[in-house]
Design a protein around this ligand. Sequence first.
Ligand code: SF4
Length: 261
Amino acid sequence: MIGLMPVKLNYALPKKFALLERLYQCLEEEASRYPFVCEPGCSDCCTVNLLATSAEVRYFLDSLKEQERKALLEKLSPFKGKQRLRPKVTPNEMALFYMSGKEPPADEGFVFEPCPFLKDNLCSIYERRAFVCRTFFSLKKCQQTREAEAPPEFLTLSTVLMQLLEEIDLAGLYGNFLDLLLFFLENEGTPPEEIVIPEELLSNREAPDFAIPLQYERYVRQFLARLYREPVGDKTFKEVLDEIKEGAQVKEALSFLGEAL
Ligand code: SF4
């Protein structure tokens, strides 16, 4: 982990949820422009290796009743500490590495184990699934070719939006979806000052800039420009994002990012 960032787990959650919903909607509209062949029952990409921000996890947990959260903790307990993909750096830290001409450390632990939310080859939390699940698309049937094939500009857009997601969730965390779920479920009711953040969860950071290859710059910037103008309540997406950034007061904390790299 590079440097430290103040973590405020409950910071600006309603605003973050509103931005997530708008982002999910815009991504869905964008994806509908491509001839993707994915359909209900395709689930080869649904594994335990999902990476997400804490805002996405809280967005899902927010939809559950107390009893459902208890049942979920019980269901996920066997997954505690098991091997799965865990990030070494956040998307914005990764972008910083690339911008400094350095190779970021590779994420480790990928395993071929189905996601615990898969039920009869369908996602049981579909409406509240993580962002990364919403980018699982292929132009060809993966079952036939054993790998997904997505347009490179769409892959670039997905990567850039991971950076934006981290920015939306400033003062929050980044990590494996299951680790984040276990962390919040186990700490439910614990006073914030007593919560210990495990080392597999990383602190989110503001985007230094978006890492966009030159050939996709126009496509990605046009998407972002449209997204930023989208209404969120009585404001625009960008205005709400700026409010989150301003309130998180991350400028000072960011200063030692440069030193650490
Ligand atoms: S949460 Fe749903 S969409 Fe995402 S990997 Fe699990 S089953 Fe698949």
